[in-house]
Ligand binder design. Structure first.
Ligand SMILES: [Zn+2]
Length: 120
C-alpha cells in the first residue's frame, strides 16, 4: 500500500477528498499530509446544502494529532462554493470545523488528555 493510500485510510478521508502526498521528515520530526479533491467535484453549500460548483480555493493547514512522537499537520486546498442563494462560502471539511486550526481528532485528544490529568 502506498503512503498516500495508507494515510488516506488511517485518516478516514473519503472521496471527493483524497490524500495526494504524505511527507515524513525525520529530522524535523514532522509528518505533513496534503489533501485535495477530485477535479470537477461539487460540494454542498454550508448554509442550505444545495450542491454547488467550486468558485475558488484557499490553502489551509491544521494541526493533527501526533503520529507517534512526530508532529502531524494536514494541508488542503479547501474550496469555496458559489450558491445562487447564499453567495460564496467555504465548504466544511470532514476533519475540522470551519475557522479552526486544529483537526477534530487533535481537539479530542487534547480533551481526553486534560480529563485524564484531572482524574489523576
Ligand atoms: Zn446555499
Amino acid at each position: 500500500m502506498r503512503h498516500a493510500s495508507l494515510t488516506q485510510r488511517a485518516l478516514g478521508i473519503a472521496p471527493p477528498w483524497k490524500v495526494t502526498e504524505a511527507e515524513f521528515d525525520l529530522f524535523s520530526s514532522r509528518l505533513d499530509v496534503h489533501i485535495y479533491f477530485s477535479p470537477g467535484s461539487r460540494f454542498a453549500c454550508p448554509v442550505c446544502g444545495a450542491e454547488c460548483p467550486v468558485h475558488d480555493i484557499e490553502r489551509k493547514s491544521w494541526r493533527q494529532r501526533d503520529f507517534f512522537q512526530y508532529q502531524a499537520w494536514l494541508h488542503a486546498r479547501v474550496p469555496r462554493v458559489r450558491c445562487d442563494i447564499h453567495g460564496i462560502n467555504e465548504v466544511a471539511t470532514p476533519w475540522a470545523k470551519p475557522g479552526r486550526g486544529f483537526t477534530l481528532l487533535f481537539i479530542a485528544e487534547c480533551l481526553l488528555a486534560s480529563s485524564v490529568f484531572w482524574v489523576e
